[in-house]
Design a protein around this ligand. Structure first.
Ligand code: FAD
Length: 467
């Protein structure tokens, strides 16, 4: 299930680390976050190197839909209500700056960057859109209310951010990475605050940035409690209309849309990794024609219990109903780390490790998230002030309802008796995903191939016993 990006980009190649090195800043992880951090440090004349476990951008970055926008669903009304005007205003500002930085860098790299409107639509609730518009108005951002004439299903309208961007993420990252100091196939196996050991070499560093998507050091920062992972699918369709913009449903189980060349990319089927897709409530069923919603709840539940859905089947059905003339061209899936309060963790890894840094928890908005991380962390490792350091600080308050959900999932996963294998991360019972043919951990989102090899963090070791 390679993504359209992987199939259409030639990435630069880098050597394996086979020596002992010293550098000022070590970056671990060569996704968009790590590459942008490396680029900013190189620009600032800082001595650095980057270690990547596989090939660069072979993690979540190659599975994205690559919309670059400061519009992260309907987040501003929520931030304003839960965290106040200053936090909401700063979050908006940081992400708008990230969009502008992409615009600047993208103009120098052949990465098919295009300016588009970003829109959050609703199929059922105009009032949630109005609430968001009121919040944005209070924050002084000129969002617009629009109808969605290019969408072939009925909506209640959309909140629109003008002048946002879409691009080819791997062409952008590959273009930036070509001149950077990177080692590939050099995964960090063990580390301390100033030392990282790979299979064939090691790096000592004054400062280390962990940009491995899910932070893999368990003994600091309790990221195994502060993060969970959500998986989603993306499908590509030919003979589909140009929707002329980047769209996403306000409902978490809805669709995400953008065009790339002559393809329409339709994302959806979001679910906690290791769990099947939530039942779609008829009122919230985004973009789904009405006859689907009129199926009896019993029939739907019966069908679901017989054939648990891991995202792709549901997404393909919904997409085909919304775009009946479209021809299915391919699909892939990816997952992202979800923070407790909707704001990423960017800053010192833990209060006791001031020279170890982390960037994680982008809540599926990691294009701007990784740019914000690179701008912020490149300042912090140079001991410069940055106005967003408090907002994204990983040491902020974590008492949220999501924390209770994460703890409950972990307790259930660890306590559940099984004669079969367990996750090599913290011992949770794994679940088989028949659509992707993978073993998945509902606690923290680690994934393993049928042979037990690690596919996704935070697990670092393969399965000792195949379930
Ligand atoms: C379906 C989907 C659609 C999305 N669409 C959008 C979108 O439209 N817009 C948006 O803003 N965001 C989107 N996102 C989110 C975004 O794609 C991610 O947040 C972002 O790509 C994460 O980048 P990263 O560099 O943090 O992680 P990754 O790309 O996963 O990079 C981490 C790297 O670290 C490496 N690594 C791991 N462990 C080690 C180790 N021990 N040693 C060395 N290297 C290691 C991995 O191999 C990997 O290459 C989407 C997410 C999903 C799931």
């Amino acid at each position: 299930m390679d993504s359209i990006w992987t199939k259409s980009a030639d990435m630069p190649e880098f050597p394996i680390l086979e020596t002992e090195l010293h550098t000022h800043v070590l970056i671990i992880g060569g996704g968009l976050t790590g590459i942008l951090c490396a680029y900013f440090l190189q620009q600032a004349g800082v001595d650095y190197c980057l270690l990547e476990k596989n090939r660069i951008c072979s993690g979540i970055t190659c599975g994205t839909t690559a919309k670059i926008t400061a519009q992260h669903g309907l987040i501003y009304g929520k931030l304003l209500q839960e965290k106040g005007a200053e936090t909401a205003e700063q979050y908006l500002r940081a992400n708008l700056l990230a969009v502008e930085e992409y615009r600047r860098l993208g103009s120098k790299i052949a990465c098919e960057m295009e300016e588009k409107n970003a829109c959050v639509y609703s199929v059922s609730d105009r009032s949630e859109l109005e609430w968001e518009l009121t919040a944005l108005d209070r924050l002084g951002f000129p969002a617009k209310f629009v109808d969605c004439p290019t969408l072939p299903f009925r909506t209640e309208g959309a909140v629109c951010f003008p002048h946002q961007l879409q691009f080819h993420p791997l062409r952008f990252a590959g273009g930036l990475a070509a001149s950077l100091n990177i080692y590939e196939n050099s995964g960090v196996r063990r580390m301390t605050e100033h030392l990282a050991i790979t299979e064939k070499g090691s790096v000592t560093a004054d400062k280390i940035i962990v940009a491995t998507h899910f932070p893999f050091i368990n003994t600091r920062g309790v990221y195994f409690m502060k993060l969970y992972q959500e998986r989603a699918c993306v499908t590509a369709w030919r003979q589909a209309p140009d929707v002329d913009g980047m769209y996403i449903d306000a409902a978490p189980d809805g669709l995400s849309l953008r065009n790339y060349k002559n393809f329409l990319l339709i994302g959806g089927g979001s679910h906690r990794t290791g769990k099947t897709v939530r039942r779609t409530s008829p009122r919230r069923s985004s973009g789904v024609p009405e006859e689907y919603s009129r199926e009896s709840a019993f029939a739907r539940e019966f069908f679901r219990s017989r054939t648990a859905d891991w995202g792709l089947r549901k997404l393909k059905t919904e997409a085909a109903r919304c775009f009946p003339t479209a021809e299915f061209a391919g699909a892939w899936a990816a997952q992202d780390c979800m923070s407790l309060d909707g704001i990423p963790y960017i800053g010192p890894y833990s209060p006791s490790t001031p020279e170890l840094f982390v960037a994680a928890g982008y809540n599926k908005w990691g294009m701007t998230g990784s740019m914000v991380s690179a701008m912020l962390l490149s300042d912090l490792v140079q001991e410069k002030e940055n106005m967003f350091s408090e907002l994204f600080s990983p040491k902020r308050r974590i008492l949220t309802p999501q924390l209770a959900v994460n703890l409950l999932e972990a307790i259930k996963g660890i306590a559940k008796p099984t004669l079969r294998g367990r996750c090599s991360h913290m011992g949770c019972v794994l679940k088989w995903n028949p659509e992707e043919k993978t073993w998945e951990c509902p606690c923290h989102g680690s994934r393993f191939g049928p042979n037990g090899a690690v596919l996704d963090n935070p697990a670092g070791k393969p399965l000792r016993k195949i379930p």
